[in-house]
Structure formats: C-alpha cells, structure tokens
Design a protein around this ligand. Sequence first.
Ligand code: G6P
Length: 605
Amino acid sequence: MCGIVGYIGPEDAAPILHKALLRLEYRGYDSAGVATLSNGRLYVKKDQGKIEEIHKRLNLDDLPGNVGIGHTRWATHGAPSKINAHPHTDCTETIAVVHNGVIENFIELRRELLDLDHSLISKTDTEIIAHLVEESIKRGAEPETAFLDAISRLRGSYAVAMIIASNPDAIYVARNEAPLAIGVGEGFNLVSSDANAFLEYTQKAVFLHNGEAAIIRRDGYRIIKLGTRSEVSRSPTLIPWAVSMSRKGEYEHYMLKEIYEQPNALRNVLHLQQIYVDLLAELIDRGRDIFLLGAGTSYNACMAGSYIFSKIARTSTYPVIASEFIDNYGSSISADTVILAVSQSGETADVLNALEYARLRAATILGITNTVGSTLTRISRAYIVQNSGPEIGVAATKTFTSQVLVLAQLALRLARLKGKLAQYEMDELYETLHSIPSIAEKVVNSTDGKMREIAENLMNSSSFFFLGRGISYSTALEARLKVMELSYIPSIAYPAGESKHGPISVIEKSYPVFFIVPRDESRKQNIGNIMEMKARGARIISVASEDDDEVRELSDYFVGMPDINPLLSPIIYAIPFQFLAYHLAVLKGYDPDKPRNLAKSVTVL
Ligand code: G6P
C-alpha cells in the first residue's frame, strides 16, 4: 500500500532509491517517482506506470545528489497519473514529500492552504504536507520545526519522508499507523516502508513507532516523539534475512520462487522458539472467547486454524475477517477475550484497527506474523514470528502454508496443556507435523506441470467453482482467492454441502468445478456432491488422495495428492491451486507478482 524510501550518504542517491523501490513495488505499482537534492536544488522525476516502465522513459538513475527519497504508489486519493504520483512538492519547488497512508483531515487542510494562496496541483492528500511545511518556513520556522508542526496537524495514517533544498543534510520522516524503518549503515542511512528494501546495504534496522518522527543524517538519526517533542533513544535490531532470499534467482517470477520455497519455509516453522509457542498456548487457554483474526489469505489460514483447534485441542475459536470484527463482536469484548491475529506483514490496517479496539477493552492480543518489528509484534502480548523469509509476490503462498503449520503447532500445544489427547495421539500428530515439509516437497515437484496443463485447458472459462467440506472449505476459499486475484476470473468457493442451497443453479454444461477431497470422514458426502454436479453437466476437476480411484473415475481431471492427515491437508492441498493461479495469470499475459489493483500490504481501512 505505497512504498516509501530514502537514502543519505556518500553515494549517488538515485540508483540506490531506484533499486530499493523495486523491492517495494509489491506495495503498489500504479506510479512511482524519485526526488534528490544537489547544490541547493531539488530534482524530481515521476510518472504513471510500473517502476521499470518509468525508468525506460525517464532514467530514474539520472538525478544528481547524495540524498533523496522515492515512492511507489497504490492510489487512494486521486487516480494514477503523473500529477498524482509522488514525490509532491511545495510552491517554491524546494520541498519534496512522499507518503504512504491516508490523511483524514486533508480537505480541511487543503482549504486552509488554498485560502493562503498555495497552488495545489494534484488530487492527493500528500501534497498538502509539502505546503504546510512551506507555510511554516515562510513564517520563520526552521525545517525541523516546520516538519514536526506540519506532521502534528495530520489526522489519519501516514509514513512520510521529506527532503528540503535549504537543508540537504537530513531526511525528515514520521509515522503513524503505517510502517517505517531506518536502515542504519556506516556513514550512510536509509529509510523505508519495509526493511527488506535496504537489506542489501545494511541488516541493522530501527523501527519507528506510532506518533514518532526522526531526523536522519549520514552519520546518525534522532527519534522524536511528536506529542512531547522529546527525544527517544532506540538501538537497531538485526534483521536475519539474507539478501539472496529476496531475489528471484533462476525463477521467472517471485511467486513461482516462493511456491517452490515452501518445503524450506515449512521446515523453518518447525523450529519455532518453544517458549513462545507455550506462552501463546497458555494465554489462549485462559480465554473464554477466542477469535482468530485476519484479512485475505491470512483469514483463510484462520479458517483452517479454527478447524484444527477444534479437532486437536477440542477448543472452539471464531475465525473472523478483520474488517468485520468490530461490528460483529465489538460489543462483547472483555478481559476474557483472546484475539490471535494472523498477519504476514503485521501491518494490515483492518487487523490493527480491530486489535486497537479490542486492546482498549482489555482483551488479550496475540500475534502470528512474518515481520520482525512490525506493529503487530509491538501491540501483541505475545507473538510468534514464522520466519518464512521475505515474500515479494503480492499473492501470499509460502506464508499461508507456514501460518497454518504454526496454528497446528499451537493447537497441539494447547491440546497437551488441556490434556485433551492421549500420548499416542500426540506422538502421531507430532510425527505428521514433521513429515509436512517432505510431503510439500513431493507436491511442489509433482503438481506444477499438471496444473499448467489444467490451466491451459480452462484459461478461457468465465468462472470457476471451488468446493470442499470441513477443513477443505478453507482450502477452497484459499484456492478461489489465489485464482481470482491472479487470473481475474470471477470464482465461487462454498462448503460442498451448502452448494445445493443456491449456487448449484449456476452450473451448466462444461462449467468447471474443483473439488477438494482428502481422505477424511466427509469423503462419501463429497462424492455425492460430485455426482450432483456431474448430473448437471459440470466439468469435474478433483484434487484428491492419489489412491482414490473412485474419485479419479468421476473426474475429468484428477490431481493425485500424497496421503496426509486430513487435519493438515490445507497446507498440502493449497499448493496445486497456487500453481493453477500462477499458470492462469502467465497464460493470460498477466503479471502474477503484481496483480492489478492489489497491494501486498494494505495499510488503509
Ligand atoms: C492484502 C494482500 C493479501 C494478504 C492480505 C492480508 O490484501 O494482497 O495477499 O493476504 O492483504 O495481509 P497480511 O499481511 O495481514 O497477512
């Protein structure tokens, strides 16, 4: 949801900013721009389009100066266009600002600035920041005070970076409810929405908190609380991710690389620090109402998690879409409520908003995230970092399967705590958990080609149906989400049993229906649903146990899966659908890493 970046040091800033922006492109890619300072002048290049398209037209590396800021955009206020692209400047064209977030009181501030004869040329909320700073400077303020004053007037969410020609020795930044990390180097510093963008230069990161600003210079940084203007001292955290993890390597797309990385990502998840797993399990155990909260793919992981908690730990949990949480459950939250939030980025605004609401009502907040230092880690009483490494493809793949494996481990720990399982059941489940990475390896290697073939045959379909029962309903939801967001083909996911209560009316000859049928207690009923669909002419594509000859015979396409405890099946059964979505996108000529209108980290409500 927009990526911002800044550099100050001995090197030319523009090529560094350009490279860092490419790593942030997953956050938005409808327009981009860079601004630098040299010899008392501000230089800006920006345009509509993806970064490399703009670079071809404008050469983003060719701006002078050793200090600069950059931005890649996901439009909120104002359509994607050159004028609305960041950086935005003031009337004197000496101040440049980039911003991620939404300024809620921008209409009022804009009106005020227009009354003061500022000329505002874009439709964005961001542009006002440059003019607010300009106005303060006109009234005699120093750049630092002018910046802090301007930021203090903003309501809403923001991560902001500013440079100003009258002081080329600093980058001014601030954050509220949008992520911002300073990359601390030797004789240089960077700043970015995501530490991943600067890992190539430094693995030391300082994460700003809500309501903080920082003044970043070549040789240091000062963090300032916006409310009291007092200084805060904070030392850097070491980010363990290797740079190579965020490169595409031999793969054509990040998404494909990340699908293939799953066996290793799952292995990492089996080495969680046990004290944190214990702590989360204990805190869940104390709750009366337990919610699993997430958005997008992370919500689908919560849905799978709720089946796993119920079956393994005999504990009812409610999976909730984050943006629906307050309306649906807000009034019942109390100190007995436990919310386990699942968020890859740890920065999704819908998730953080729900958590803040619940926190103020004394609920216990727990988290599972892939991002060290994210807001979720700061507001959670206890959290687990899943260590899946950076995920650049906008569509979540390895982080989904790893989230489910974390949830399964938590459920197992809770079961032990509550004494719900016999020793032999615990041992069996433990063994199954540990066999997951090698099963995933087999599936990754065996289903890529098959799913490409199915994608070739079905790429012209106007719609798809995904059906599963029990925990496979969560797999159906995730399959639908992946396919729809990457191929732009409208799709339906339903619990198979419910499909006869309405959706079956859309079935006509050759309509493609995907069935997810691991060998579990609902298999027979699934076969009944396959028959119902076949009777109406549907084309059946089954992803089922490889030895299930009955389902094989009923299917037009059959994707065989290794034997697995059905409770962990979403981890394995999601994989062929990731390939399906990937191949559909590529075959249709779409970019699977950057589906239109989406962003990986959605930091607006
Ligand atoms: C966006 C992304 C999805 C992601 C969702 C939740 O919509 O496009 O891929 O699943 O946000 O993100 P989170 O970081 O909270 O898991």
